[in-house]
Ligand binder design. Structure first.
Ligand SMILES: [Zn+2]
Length: 261
C-alpha cells in the first residue's frame, strides 16, 4: 500500500506534470472507478486549468479553475504514469487525465481499487481527517485531546485517519517503536510526555532523510524499517526479538522488550 511518503512523492510528480495545464478530458476507464466519476463530472472537468495540487492524508486534490476539485486516492496499488497521449495506454490504466499540451496522466492500478471523483465548490468527498504530521498544531496536547475518549489500543487508534491524516500501518508501527510505546497499550492511557515523544517520532519516520542510518539498516545496508516486517529478527535498539501480532485486522510489529506497556 502506498504510504504517506510515497503519496507525497506521487503528488509532487503530478504537480510537475499538471499544474498550469488545461484538461482536455478526464476518463474513468474501469467500471469500478466510473461509479464515483460520472459523465457529469467528466463534463465539469473538461477545459479547466489545473491550478494546484494538494495532498490531504493520502488523498491527492487537483484544484481546478472555477473551484471544482478532482480527488484521487490510490488505495492499495495506485500510481501515476506520465506520458504522451499518443503512447499506447497501460493495460492497468483505470483513469486518464489528458491535457491540451498532448500529455496524458494515467492512474494505473493492477487491482482497480483506486478512486477518483469530482467535488463541486463547497462539497467534500473526503472523510474526516485529523491534522497532518507536518502541521504545527500537531503536538502532545492535540493527541491527548483526540485519544482521550478512544477505547482501543494506541496502534489502531493512530491509524484512524481522523487522528493523524495519512498515517498508515507501517509508519504507525515504526513511530511507536521510536517512541518506545507498546502498540497494545490503551490509547487513552498513554501519558502526555510520551505522546510528545510520539509526535516527534511520527515526524521522524515520515521523513526518510531525517532517520538515523544505523537504526533502519543492518551492516549490509539492507532494510528500511526498524520493526515492520521483521518478526523474529533482533531489535535494532535492544536486541529483543521483534514480534508480529494482529490488531484490528492488520499486522503490528513491535519489540516487546523495549516498547513498554
Ligand atoms: Zn527493542
Amino acid at each position: 500500500m502506498p504510504e504517506l511518503p510515497e503519496v507525497e512523492k506521487a503528488a509532487g510528480r503530478l504537480r510537475r506534470a499538471a499544474v498550469g495545464k488545461t484538461i482536455l478530458a478526464v476518463r474513468a476507464i474501469h467500471p469500478a472507478l466510473r461509479r464515483k466519476f460520472t459523465a457529469s463530472h467528466a463534463r465539469a472537468a473538461k477545459g479547466k486549468r489545473i491550478d494546484s495540487i494538494e495532498r490531504r492524508g493520502k488523498h491527492q486534490l487537483l484544484h481546478l479553475e472555477g473551484g471544482d476539485t478532482l480527488v484521487v486516492h490510490f488505495r492499495m496499488n495506485g500510481d501515476w504514469e506520465m506520458g504522451a497521449a499518443t503512447e499506447p495506454l497501460d493495460r492497468f490504466a483505470r483513469a486518464t487525465i489528458e491535457l491540451t499540451d498532448g500529455t496524458r496522466i494515467s492512474l494505473v492500478d493492477r487491482r482497480a481499487l483506486s478512486a477518483i471523483t469530482l467535488d463541486k465548490p463547497g462539497e467534500s468527498s473526503l472523510p474526516r481527517l485529523g491534522l497532518e504530521a507536518s502541521d504545527a498544531a500537531m503536538n502532545a496536547k492535540y493527541l491527548v485531546d483526540v485519544l482521550r475518549r478512544k477505547k482501543i489500543a494506541i496502534k489502531p487508534a493512530l491509524m484512524d485517519q481522523a487522528v493523524v491524516a495519512g498515517l498508515g500501518n507501517i509508519y504507525a508501527a515504526e513511530a511507536l517503536w521510536e517512541a518506545k510505546i507498546d502498540p497494545r497499550r490503551p490509547a487513552a492511557e498513554v501519558s502526555r510526555p510520551r505522546l510528545g515523544k510520539l509526535v516527534d517520532a511520527i515526524r521522524l519516520v515520515l521523513s526518510p532523510k531525517k532517520r538515523l542510518p544505523g537504526r533502519y539498516t543492518d551492516k549490509r545496508g539492507a532494510g528500511r524499517f526498524a520493526v515492520y516486517d521483521r518478526a523474529g529478527k533482533p531489535c535494532r535498539r535492544c536486541g529483543g526479538i521483534i514480534e508480529r501480532i494482529v490488531q484490528a485486522g492488520r499486522s503490528t510489529y513491535f519489540c516487546p522488550k523495549c516498547q513498554r506497556r
